[in-house]
Design a protein around this ligand. Sequence first.
Ligand SMILES: [Zn+2]
Length: 250
Amino acid sequence: MEFLEYLLSRLHEELNSSDSIGTLTHQKGHQKNAEAEASSMAAWRAYTNKNNSIIVDLFHGQLGSTFTCLKCGKTSATYSSFSHLSLPLPTTKTRRPVPLLCCIEEFLQKEKLTDHWRCPICKAHKGAEKQLTIYQLPLILITQLKRLTSENGQPVRLSKKVEIPIKLDLTTYVHSPHGPTSERSQRFIYDLYAICDHQGDWRSGHYTASVRSLHRPGWNGFNDREVAPLAELETQNEILVRQIHDSCFM
Ligand SMILES: [Zn+2]
């Protein structure tokens, strides 16, 4: 993922046809859904004015981070672009695989901050609630699972399997100015294009990839220099259950 992020970022820098290099974030306070929509659109226009490349057109989306002061209730938001979503693995007691949508729901969960955020009204670092909102989704969506964590000070790789849908519908997870349950004119439905698996632990291991074939129905497996059709993915399964690391949807 680090290499892919670097590659996309370098390609964008080389292909960016905008003269001005600007900041990637834009801050604006908001209270209501419609105001948040206007703020996010203004931030997105400012971002795409300064970042104009096919990489942005294909891979970049926009996230909003909303902070609410737990003392005075003041809300403020920051908007930033992303080239992939880095998703947490929900902690569950069962050994069952976790649906990828649960990882997205966990990503969008409210989070309590103790003293990292400075409230502009209280003029002090007060406790706050942070929530991420997806405002723009890219044409090609890359997700990464945060599998590295630590237990008792030691790095650990989480081996939980994830259910990846062949069709991923994120329509209800994208911010709507009229509220989450409103009818949307635009739908955000993706087809799974590629997944990256990892075997091993946090110290070492081996990556392989499964990529949908562009020339015939089915999938190809990429294992170092070997590329071969993947018979087990030829069937019309609607969900893949794998210990994936990254996935790519188009
Ligand atoms: Zn405050």
